[in-house]
Design a protein around this ligand. Structure first.
Ligand code: CA
Length: 381
């Protein structure tokens, strides 16, 4: 079997109501989808995830100009070898960001092909599923005005609860006092309910304010405190981890085996959050998970992409061993972003559903999804 053709689809959709996280306003949703066809007639899909406000055209250009020609006529089942060929070839200008996202998207498509070729879900090819279902958590609590939205956000928590979520992640980073007002209001509206919270400032603060915020949340029983400082500031991650009671999480803006090596060897995080669409795909995520296991660090993937990234993350989570094993070990949870995103529900024939508080992990070959090409055409420029 040989790779015959690589198509890159950049799709975009303007939002009716823009929303904010701490780093800016989100006005549109965008995705870089990769379609790889083989001479056997198998088509694999992947996604290069644009982090933050990253334009999707950058990784699309990397795929088209750097990797597409190289991939033609290669055996798509050679996932590890092709990963290193892409990584080595792009090392001097890559290693992070959009180049790693491009590698990730291609790698996901190759694993989708492999799954279809062998007639097995990707979790089987990764070594087998530790779990058949995963608890989703609601990422939400974005801002529509900016500050002073504690009341509306406390109502939003109840909506997620009614929709079946028992874990929720709150976007903070709008000023420590505003953040605390939001947390207090949410704690009040959900008092007595069985809900676990995480918080995420998207690296809004420096060490001092990140510590102040963390100390003021010390009694809130948070499952984790995500991206408290910028990803480059590993020393502050270490300081926060030793001075705060809650677990420190990060890594959505880190990439590859070598990037995570620097996080782990410094002791920067309790929970690593590689995004399968930018950390290096299945191959990269597997390297990172093994390294995390050796360093006693939990892995809980970051998921903010389209239905393809969601499907890939489900397969990865299925095959992810817990780091601290016990009879009642804490299991990974699935990030399920609740902001408006037409490329989640419209892009695949069977979008993910929550039943009894859990999402079932597909057992069909490959990623286990059928792409709705009408949606790709509709949003392609
Ligand atoms: Ca995040």
């Amino acid at each position: 079997m040989k790779i015959q053709k690589i198509n890159v689809h950049v799709i975009k959709s303007e939002l009716d109501t823009p929303f904010a996280f701490s780093q800016g306003w989100v006005n549109q949703r965008a995705a870089t989808l990769i379609e790889i066809a083989t001479d056997d007639g198998i088509i694999g899909w992947g996604e290069a995830f644009p982090q933050g406000l990253e334009p999707p055209e950058i990784s699309a250009s990397v795929i088209e100009h750097c990797f597409a020609q190289m991939l033609i006529n290669q055996n798509p089942l050679d996932t590890e070898r092709i990963w290193f060929e892409m990584y080595n070839r792009s090392r001097d200008f890559g290693r992070k960001g959009s180049v790693m996202a491009a590698i990730s998207g291609i790698d996901i498509a190759l694993w989708d092909i492999a799954g279809q070729y062998y007639g097995k879900p990707i979790s089987q090819l990764l070594g087998g599923a530790f779990r058949s279902q995963v608890e989703p958590y609601a990422t939400g609590f974005y801002r529509i005005r900016g500050r002073g939205e504690a009341d509306r956000l406390s109502e939003e928590a109840l909506t997620h609860y009614e929709n079946g979520f028992r874990s929720m992640k709150i976007k903070l980073g709008f000023g420590v006092d505003d953040d605390i007002a939001v947390m207090d209001a949410i704690q009040k509206s959900t008092a007595g309910l069985d809900v676990t919270f995480m918080v995420d400032t998207n690296h809004a603060y420096g060490r001092r304010e990140a510590l102040t915020l963390g100390l003021r949340m010390a009694d809130m029983n948070l499952r984790w405190y995500e991206e408290p400082v910028v990803p480059e500031d590993i020393e502050s991650y270490v300081a926060l981890r030793s001075n705060l009671p809650m677990a420190i999480a990060g890594g959505e803006n880190e990439h590859g085996l070598y990037g995570f090596k620097s996080l782990f060897s410094a002791g920067a995080v309790d929970i690593a959050q590689p995004d399968i669409g930018s950390c290096g795909g299945f191959t990269g995520a597997r390297h990172i998970a093994t390294l995390a296991q050796a360093n006693g660090i939990e892995v809980n993937p970051h998921v903010w992409g389209s239905a393809i990234a969601q499907a890939a993350s489900l397969q990865f989570i299925a095959a992810l061993p817990v780091t601290h094993y016990s009879l009642f070990a804490r299991q990974p949870i699935l990030e399920y972003d609740q902001s408006v995103h037409p490329f989640r529900r419209e892009l695949v024939e069977k979008p993910i559903e929550i039943e009894n508080g859990l999402v079932s992990i597909p057992l069909e070959p490959g990623l286990g999804i059928k792409i709705n090409r009408k949606t790709v055409r509709k949003y392609k420029e």
